[in-house]
Design a protein around this ligand. Structure first.
Ligand code: SF4
Ligand code: F3S
Ligand code: FES
Length: 233
């Protein structure tokens, strides 16, 4: 079937401002939006720029707006979005070119929550043991692929990019509730600061946008509770 693809194009070196360009491609119902973008780039317009790598929902590099909703292009089937598809870059980030946005501020926020295990003790048995229940406590937030679909759908982040944003808060949760980690106080201090967890107004856009179906707002709520109670349970 014929699919009309409307793509937001922008080359800061030659374009005054972003503009839409239309393409018509022949597609099957189970083709993905990423397949259409690759077809356009390969056969119609080699100047189109976008990020993608794994093509299977794992690497998180092809988050973009598809018909106004943050999605991974490799996970959206044509039959689910119809024959007229608008593709735009993520909101709230500077466009480098076309669908490629500058992710550096996003990763700077990510680094602020210390997204790694902190534990300087030598484990007694050669490894840090953890019960299934302890592991289950933070299982949901281990699924994050850092695609930024959540953060770039959050009105608080649009208002001020200094806000750590839901993706960084999900990563903070992943380490805060890990029984092997020994730096909860350090992390909670960062999360309790001006641009930390309290900038979240419980809008839930992040949860709706997450392609991994992580309970993002719930995780943020658990971080807020940990700050208030001083307990990690
Ligand atoms: Fe992407 Fe979900 Fe991780 Fe946000 S929480 S960065 S939407 S995988
Ligand atoms: Fe934003 Fe999600 Fe909170 S959309 S306001 S981080 S619940
Ligand atoms: Fe890797 Fe889509 S290309 S998540």
């Amino acid at each position: 079937m014929e699919v009309k693809l409307r793509i937001l194009r922008y080359n800061p070196e030659s374009d005054g401002q972003p503009h839409y360009k239309d393409y018509t491609v022949d597609a099957g119902p189970t083709d993905r939006v990423l397949d259409l973008l690759r077809y356009v780039k390969g056969y119609q317009d080699g100047s189109l720029s976008f990020r993608a790598s794994c093509a299977h929902g794992i690497c998180g590099s092809d988050a973009m707006r598809v018909n106004g909703v943050n999605r991974l292009a490799c996970k959206v089937l044509v039959k689910d979005v119809g024959r007229e598809i608008t593709v735009e870059p993520l909101l709230g980030m500077q466009i480098i070119k076309d669908l490629i946005v500058d992710m550096e501020p996003f990763f700077e926020n990510y680094r602020q929550v210390m997204p790694y295990l902190i534990n300087d003790e030598t484990p007694e048995q050669g490894e840090r043991l953890q019960s299934p229940a302890e592991r289950a406590r933070f299982d949901d937030t281990t699924k994050c692929i850092l695609c930024a679909a959540c953060t770039t759908s959050c009105p608080s982040y649009w208002a001020d990019g200094e806000f750590l944003g839901p993706a960084a808060l999900v990563q903070a949760h992943r380490f805060l509730f890990d029984s092997r980690d020994q730096a909860p106080a350090e992390r909670l201090k960062v999360l309790n600061e001006q641009y930390g967890v309290w900038r979240c107004r419980t809008v839930f856009n992040c949860t709706a946008a997450c392609p991994r179906e992580i309970h993002v707002t719930q995780a943020i709520g658990e971080v807020k509770k940990a700050i208030i109670t001083g307990r990690l349970d």
